[in-house]
Design a protein around this ligand. Sequence first.
Ligand code: ADP
Length: 421
Amino acid sequence: MSIQRVCEETIRPYLVSVGETDVNARLSTIETQLIMAGVLLPAVAAELQPEDLKETGLPVPILRQLAKAIREDSLPRGTLDGDQLRPHSFDQVVGHNHFKQLMLRALLATKMQATPMAHILLTGPRGLGKTTLALAIAHEAEKEIKLLNGSQFRSATDASTQVLTWKDGDIIFIDEIHGMHRSAQETLYSVLEDHRLPITEKQRGGRVQTSVPAPRVTIIGATTNPAKMLVPFRNRFTTAYLLSFYTEAEMKQIAMRSCRVLGFRLSEEGLTYLIHHCRDNPRTLNGFLMQLSYQATTERRSDLHAQDVRFLMELNGFDVLGLQPFEHTYLETLERQGGTASLATLASAMDMEASEIEASVEPWLIRQGWVDKTSRGRRLKRTLSFALQQTETTDLEDDEAPTDPCIRPSSVLTSLPQPSH
Ligand code: ADP
């Protein structure tokens, strides 16, 4: 059980029962006291005893529960791979605070009512934490989670076969749920809503549509493209959550935890430089941190710095504008096409699937003000040559800096620390 859940299920009711006037403020103080007690440090967390938490002023039985929850949630040990960077409880999942609160309330209520939780649809670009959140929900619910992918549901028969392996109370995670065949989605309508599986029975005189009881499960769907789901299917996910990109502070928190798991330290400057190259995406961030950990291991170092990150970014093909090779090609192609091109033209020039460009290349370029989507296709807002000129004139006063007439200048790229050449 996570610290957050102990707070909600045990400490909050306790504070209410003793007539605490501002429960939220008191809970927030307790959280700070826990941090001060070093619960975020794996070595401390793994060994934590109730007396280490007496500063909180809570009674001993609650302190015992709290210390146990913290020990259980302490970071995993053993061989390191990408999956170990994945947080497994709500405490370790950075951000999403409102959603986590909603989920904790839902978990508590459904436990009291002995019913499965309502179905959940998580929407957002790849690598932002949809799978992580689903796994953490199952962890908080103290349930096994079955991991599936939409591509496994190619027909109504696939859907029925799956449903027949599920049990009451299961949590089923379906990644890329928009990839399910429409007949599979239709088969699941009544499973999700009425706990009935439609079947076709042979009877004298022909085939008859009927249904059999289906297990009462919670489905957590994850999608990068909810518009590709059938509307009645999508509507059956009564809890819908849209994941947005992380702030710099949240990315730092994720990076610091990953560094702890990977066993090296990264300087503040190195951290900032790295985060500016991660497209606000934790998966990208963790990928680079894994690469840095290989460097730390092979060079037997526990402290890495900005120059190590800079070198890594060069090895990964980032240019002086902080662009990756495929982003550079995308912008160059648009420039060659006179500033506007269709997605299909860009896809063939880059030898990539249009859907892949939409999911992985464009979101960041759009957010950084390089391009936008118009009815005529993609439109370039700033040329590469102009951006380069801007980086060369960062020393000039604002009113001396060049202006690109059709293009809104971005302050973000010019403020990035640049790799040394
Ligand atoms: P998605 O399912 O949206 O593609 P994942 O859940 O697989 O993304 O997240 C990719 C990686 O990023 C995870 O392995 C995890 O280490 C990290 N990550 C994602 N979201 C968070 C978060 N909120 N806090 C900490 N780490 C995160």
